[in-house]
Ligand binder design. Structure first.
Ligand code: NCD
Length: 338
């Protein structure tokens, strides 16, 4: 295949980025789950993301001649906008398909993904209401598949940006000695699925706080401690991470009412003050104000790192698109039809 990759001289900024990367590659071709990433992959992603963050919207030529499809079969604001902007800031061409694609006419995910792969795209970003779509797609495409959130399963780039945010705030390369409390809809949350994996990899102590009805049995395998009492769960912790109740996944059937859930588990000023004075409040967004988090804390409180998370999302996704696009020649191609 002839690709539109012109030779060009690198700018000073690009030379800086290459120096940070030091010819390192990721150990995977796709990103479906945090479990695929080794500690050295995490270090590489974080170092490159920090460097990209320093250059904000600078237009890099690294991925020039490469294309990206954003296949979002479920609503998205942050993830979709940042993946698209990140690709463009790496000089990629991008296009999007949504829930109004042919999947809604009855086409299978596999046929849809193979169709999109025929455009010779380098990266395909997939979000779906069903778990397992990105994993299946990764086995049938030349493109690198990045999971942008699949059903109740995982949302790995959210976890990467969250870990970067926490590491940068506390300093250092690990989270040993830090306690993070994740509050909310543990059962239906793909954000939880990826976050707990990365936090454990980085050595953090993880607590979960939610009504028992929102705790899946399988949570024990992660080595987290469950609290049914929010005050006890957040006492003296370093990070409070609030999750939205996933009503679209049937979560309202697991709580009395949203208002009553909020009384029991919503994060208010008084509750935030139970954590360490240095503690930060995080949330993947979208925040449902006065349910997950009290409105006054949501964006502007100095302890709220919600917008910092959003900013880091851009840097992490740019790092990943650069690192993965270079790996493609090695991707094992299995053009098998299911
Ligand atoms: C999350 C998602 O889609 O899983 N949003 C996001 O990507 N930041 C969280 C949510 O919808 O509650």
């Amino acid at each position: 295949m002839v690709e539109n990759r012109e030779r060009h001289s690198l700018s000073e900024v690009e030379v800086d980025l290459l120096a940070v990367r030091q010819k390192r590659d990721l150990s995977c071709f796709d990103l479906v789950s945090i479990s695929q990433l080794k500690n050295r992959d995490l270090e590489l992603i974080f170092e490159v993301a920090r460097a990209f963050r320093d250059y904000k919207t600078y237009k890099f030529s690294f991925n020039k001649g490469f294309s990206q499809i954003n296949a979002f079969f479920e609503p998205s604001t942050r993830t979709m906008a940042s993946f698209d902007l990140a690709a463009k800031q790496l000089s990629m061409d991008t296009t999007s398909v949504s829930s109004s694609s042919s999947v809604s006419k009855g086409e299978s995910f596999l046929d849809t993904v193979e169709t999109l792969d025929s455009y010779n795209v380098k990266t395909m970003i997939i979000r779906s209401a069903e778990s397992g779509v990105p994993e299946m797609a990764a086995k049938h495409t030349q493109a690198s598949i990045i999971n942008a959130g699949d059903g109740w399963h995982e949302h790995p780039t959210q976890a990467l940006l969250d870990a970067l945010t926490i590491l940068d705030y506390f300093g250092g390369k690990s989270l040993r000695g830090k306690t993070v409390t994740i509050v909310g809809d543990i059962m239906h949350s793909r954000v939880f699925g990826s976050l707990v994996r990365i936090l454990k990899k980085l050595g953090a102590d993880v607590r979960i706080a939610a009504p028992l009805t929102l705790i899946p049995k399988s949570v024990e395998k992660f080595g987290v401690k469950w609290f049914g009492d929010i005050e006890a769960a957040i006492k003296d912790v370093d990070v409070i991470y609030a999750l939205r109740i996933q009503s679209e996944r049937g979560a309202s059937g697991f709580i009395p009412t949203l208002r009553e859930y909020s009384k029991m588990f919503g994060i208010s000023r008084k509750r935030l003050d139970l954590a360490k004075p240095s503690a930060i409040l995080m949330h993947p967004g979208p925040v449902i104000r006065d349910i997950d988090v009290h409105s006054a804390l949501a964006a502007l409180d100095p302890q709220s790192f919600i917008l910092k998370q959003v900013e880091n999302g851009m840097a992490v996704r740019k790092a990943l698109l650069w690192l993965l696009a270079d790996r493609l020649d090695g991707k094992v191609k299995e053009f098998r039809r299911l």
